[in-house]
Structure formats: C-alpha cells, structure tokens
Design a protein around this ligand. Structure first.
Ligand code: S3P
Length: 169
C-alpha cells in the first residue's frame, strides 16, 4: 500500500489523527518533527533558537526524503514541510497526501498554551497564523484530499480520511 501523508498547518491535528489512522490501518507512524529532534538531539524550539530556521528546514528536507523512501507508513509532516518544492515532490511520489485544515480561530485555540512551536511563540500569534496560512495556501491545496477538522473529533477525522482514501487504494 502507498504511504499516507498528513500535511497541514500547526494545530490541525496531524499527530493525533495520524497516530489513530496508523493504528487502524496497522501501519507504522512517523513524524518529521520527531525524526528531526532525534537527529539533532534537541527539541524543535531549541533548534530554532540555537541554529535558526534555515538550518531546521535543511534537516527537515533530509528527514522528509528519508521518510518518503520508506514503505507502508503514515507520515505526519511538520506544518511548513510541504511549502518546499523538494519536499512536495518527495511526498507526492511516496503516497497519498491528505491536508488537514482548520480555521485560524481553531488553530489559535489549539496552539496557544503550548510553548513548543517557535513560529507561534510570539506576542501576536493570530497575525502570524493569518500570514503563514496565506503564504502556504497554494501548497496545502496540492494535497489529494483535504479534511477540515474544526468540528471533528479525532475518531471522526480518521473515519473521513479512511472514506477518502478508500477510492484510491
Ligand atoms: C512548523 C510546524 C511544526 C514544526 C515547526 C515549524 C511550521 O510542526 O515543524 O515548529 O513551519 O508550520 P507541527 O505542524 O507538527 O506543529
């Protein structure tokens, strides 16, 4: 079976939905963020702080390539990963891409108490969410399917994805 790749903005539910999806399909689950943290031996926020975003994006590119070459896995790609032509190409070749979406309000609510996302750990995260969503919209729209998770439970989002991919796997 082709890999299933979850993309989408921070706070749209990629990790929780991806884990349950992988369990239901009896597939392994990998997260690009986790692969990066393992490689660099530090949390994402420290990588941003100590080495900067361009370095983070370089490592992200490498782990996306590595994950894309594996078989029979569900991949959760960090929110900015798809906004890069190499990553997009590698992920497209690897399987079916599902974009999880949510409104800026939902994203803000789901992310506001966590200090783990350096891009939103700023005085005006709402403005940043709007800017990044706009910048990345065209990339997110290159996914094979989109699921809006605003009003869905984790279970419901997984069911929706299973229904979508049933026509193509
Ligand atoms: C980022 C999203 C994060 C993580 C990093 C940058 C982004 O992943 O890769 O903080 O650029 O949107 P999640 O989408 O899993 O939070």
């Amino acid at each position: 079976m082709r890999n299933i790749i979850l993309v989408g903005f921070m706070g749209t539910g990629k990790s929780v939905v991806g884990k349950l999806l992988a369990k239901k399909l009896n597939m392994d689950f990998v997260e690009s963020d986790e692969m990066i943290e393992t490689r660099e031996k530090m949390p994402i926020k420290d990588i941003f702080e100590k080495k900067g975003e361009p370095y983070f994006r370089l490592v992200e590119k490498e782990v996306v390539k590595e994950a894309s070459s594996r078989k029979n896995i569900v991949i959760s790609a960090g929110g900015g990963a798809i906004a890069d032509e190499d990553n997009l190409k590698n992920l497209k070749n690897s399987g079916i891409i599902i974009c999880l979406k949510a409104s800026p309000e939902t994203i803000l609510r789901r992310t506001k108490d966590l200090k783990t996302r350096p891009l939103l750990n700023i005085p005006d995260p709402k403005k940043k969410i709007g800017e990044l969503l706009k910048k990345r919209e065209a990339y997110y729209n290159k996914a094979d399917f989109s699921v809006n998770t605003d009003d869905l439970s984790i279970e419901q989002a997984v069911e929706r994805i299973l229904l979508d991919i049933s026509s193509v796997i």
